[in-house]
Design a protein around this ligand. Structure first.
Ligand code: 1HN
Length: 353
């Protein structure tokens, strides 16, 4: 051994070594370590806003060209511009805008990916989940927990558009995707519409857990109507001073365990009174938002986005977000906080104004 080579020929000798190792699938950690283990998150995802109007126009044009049945799901993916080719809105989650036209059916299937729907436009189309239909109205939250049969239909006379949020990239990361199609486009309706809310949605449950138990025990509720969450959020907004970094915020929970709505996805709503401006806050859960009501701005690491009703925007991990409400501003947001908390990864930081 001559010891470590001197700087001049060290580089050349290392490069020669790397060149010989690479065909054997061996690589030097020391060349990449600083990018693998960063002192703080450095997301390649970018903050981005999708104006609803133009996105809706493209979606309706797609509606003229391909049926829901032919497409299986007629959806425009909201792909993060920093994650090109990944079909991801943040590294762990997917977002899309789905259109169901009057009379259409999106055929029944199930998969190991968890999904949520957040209705943006239309009234009276349904999602059926494991035998029960849920008729949806704007800004309702509807869940399709993993491996539950689901199909969608539009029995109304207007187009219905909603945001799909799924954990597709997470399931891909774990190489755990399974999916099946039902032979029939629609599953049979074995449970009356609204049953999940009547049985489990009022701080009650069936007196005895028997065969009458219609939903999976760990996931009893799949519908969180706008009329209900709005009433709660507005009552809280009337009672409390807004949190300086969040405004008024309420998280949707799974009543079976008081935890997040699904194992991989958390969802919440927030409200800012007119004129209110939050202080900056950053968190490790990149979050996708829908503007439910109002106008304002989102400043993300100094970049400013104008917010109008029904616009969608994404704030990546550890990007500081400041919100300003011009009129009373209500937002829906979903993220992978549910998964990160299980993995002891979740962190947030409140920054001085
Ligand atoms: C899915 O099942 C739906 O059920 C929407 O509406 C989007 C994207 C990828 C995989 C499955 C739906 C989806 C999806």
């Amino acid at each position: 051994m001559d010891g470590i080579a001197q700087p001049n020929d060290q580089r050349a000798q290392l490069e020669k070594l790397y060149g010989e190792m690479a065909p054997h699938s061996l690589y030097p950690l020391w060349e990449v370590l600083a990018n693998l283990v960063t002192p703080v998150p450095r997301s390649v995802a970018q903050p981005h806003l999708w104006q609803y109007g133009p996105a809706r126009d493209y979606l309706l044009r797609a509606g003229d060209l391909i049926s829901a049945e032919q497409a299986e799901r007629r959806v425009l993916i909201l792909e993060n511009p920093g994650l090109s080719g990944s079909s991801a809105v943040v590294p762990s989650l997917y977002a899309g805008l789905q259109l169901i036209l009057p009379g259409e059916v999106a055929p029944c299937h199930r998969h190991t990916q968890c999904a949520l729907r957040f209705v943006i436009e239309g009234d009276g189309a349904y999602t059926a989940v494991d035998g029960e239909r849920c008729y949806m109205q704007p800004f309702d939250l509807v869940l399709t927990p993993n491996w539950q049969w689901h199909d969608h239909g539009n029995t109304s006379d207007r187009p219905m558009i909603w945001l799909d949020g799924l954990d597709i990239p997470t399931v891909r990361f774990y190489d755990a995707s399974f999916a099946e199609r039902l032979e029939h486009p629609s599953q049979s309706e074995s449970i009356p519409a609204g049953d999940n809310l009547h049985r489990y949605g009022r701080n009650m449950r069936p007196f005895r857990a028997t065969t009458a138990e219609r939903r999976p025990q760990q996931q009893p509720i799949f519908h969180y109507p706008y009329a209900q969450w709005r009433e709660s959020l507005m009552a809280v907004a009337g009672a409390d001073a807004p949190d300086p970094h969040l405004g008024h915020a309420l998280e949707f929970i799974n009543p079976a365990n008081s935890g997040p709505v699904m194992p991989t996805i958390s969802a919440h709503v927030r409200h800012l009174p007119a004129g209110f401006e939050t202080r900056p806050r950053r968190a490790t859960d990149g979050t996708t938002f829908v503007v439910v009501a109002g106008r304002g701005t989102a400043r993300v690491e100094g970049r400013e986005f104008r917010l109008e009703e029904r616009d969608l925007f994404v704030v990546p991990s550890w990007n500081a977000l400041e919100l300003r409400a011009e009129t009373p501003l209500t937002l829906f947001g979903y993220s992978d906080k549910a998964a990160q908390e299980k993995l002891s990864l979740y962190r947030e930081e409140r920054l001085p104004g």
